[in-house]
Design a protein around this ligand. Structure first.
Ligand code: ZN
Length: 171
């Protein structure tokens, strides 16, 4: 047997059906744990949920049900939009929202009125582009408020291009 036919014989044995099948079965065995690991990082797992923006590019408040988007309009009013599980706007029910914003020495309290499918603040935010803010949302006038505290930083994030108060980056 010369070197060529010996090489061809080993190539043929590599290509034979049983060895291809065994390679495939090894691959499928390897694939099972990989899939199980993916499942662990399912985005619906709320403890590891990636930050997402609201439909208007605002900040999501996930501690209320239904969750709400906090968004500052071009005329510095606060717009609260309640969202269904798919992130679609749903008309406010009997929620009562109060926003207190501005320096602690002179904070401004905003009240809200229905505007389409959202709640819109009657007045604008006080002056300043980095305002300590407290949002209180009650399911109805008699309910206990859910409170969210954050700075309304209106500077644009260079990475996600959203305002810093709504930034979805890890920083
Ligand atoms: Zn960002």
């Amino acid at each position: 047997m010369n070197a060529f036919s010996s090489t061809m014989k080993s190539i043929r044995s590599l290509l034979s059906v049983p060895s291809v099948a065994s390679v495939l079965s090894v691959l499928s065995l390897l694939a099972v744990p990989a899939l199980a690991a993916d499942k662990k990082h399912d985005p619906s797992d709320h403890t590891h949920e990636k930050k997402t923006a609201g439909p208007n590019g605002g900040r999501l408040i996930n501690t209320v049900t239904p969750r709400a988007e906090f968004f500052v309009t071009a005329d510095r009013k606060v717009q609260i939009t309640f969202l269904d599980a798919a992130g679609k706007a749903i008309a406010p029910a009997s929620q009562v929202v109060t926003v207190t914003s501005g320096e602690r020495s002179a904070p401004k309290t905003l009240t809200f009125v229905k505007s389409g499918d959202t709640l819109l603040s009657v007045a604008a935010l006080p002056a300043g582009n980095n305002l300590p803010t407290v949002v209180q949302i009650k399911a109805d006038a008699a309910a206990k408020p859910i409170t969210a505290k954050f700075n309304v930083d209106l500077a644009k994030c260079g990475e996600c291009k959203l305002a810093e108060y709504a930034c979805i980056c890890a920083h």
